[in-house]
Design a protein around this ligand. Sequence first.
Ligand SMILES: C[S@@+](CC[C@H](N)C(=O)[O-])C[C@H]1O[C@@H](n2cnc3c(N)ncnc32)[C@H](O)[C@@H]1O
Length: 214
Amino acid sequence: MAFINPYINKILENEKILSENSEIYSKKWNWKEIFGNDNDIVLEIWIGLGNFFSNITMRNPDKNHIWIEIRYKRLHRTFEKLSEKLVNNFMLIKDKWENISQMFSLNELSQTYLFFPDPWANKERQKKNRIVSETFLLDLHKITKTGWSFIFKTDHKWYFDDSLEIIAKTPWKIKVQSYDYENELDVFDKTLMTEFEEIFRKDKIKVNYIELVK
Ligand SMILES: C[S@@+](CC[C@H](N)C(=O)[O-])C[C@H]1O[C@@H](n2cnc3c(N)ncnc32)[C@H](O)[C@@H]1O
């Protein structure tokens, strides 16, 4: 079938990108089988153009990397970046983050990254669209292994402050938090930035950072 979006066929034909619900949700119980090993699973949600994740996938061959993104072109571009780096320890998922509890079983994930999600800051009523909600945090907590973590960065201080209030209602424990992590924490690595973070750095915008542990 010919689609108007030229990337749809590329995604449908690509074995490393899961795009049909039936194939995505049937993996829930057998990611180990898909990767052929028992290595830790690292997840990035809201990937954008894949700079950060293609780099950490290459640097961490002892981990399995899974990404969730909804746009065909972005998935394809990210796949190309991974192919250039000659890595195979990844799978891409074309789906919404809202469905994560259908993709993973209890205590399955190690690390999850969420960088610069839309703050929905224009109108008060839009806040309900934010990814950092009690429901999302509880879903993620269930599918994360005990002792492992969730790292969230945002340039948006209001979103960060609202998120701190929501986090306090969940079982997640705060390991580190900062309103300016480049200057306050030793985790900043300028060779591991997403496309958005590169823009914020050039504009000298402070980045809020939090690591939560189950
Ligand atoms: C702000 S951009 C990504 C920013 C990227 N993390 C960075 O730091 O450069 C938002 C991305 O999330 C994707 N996205 C939007 N809604 C989504 C959803 N419900 N589930 C998964 N991805 C979504 C968009 O297609 C886009 O690539």
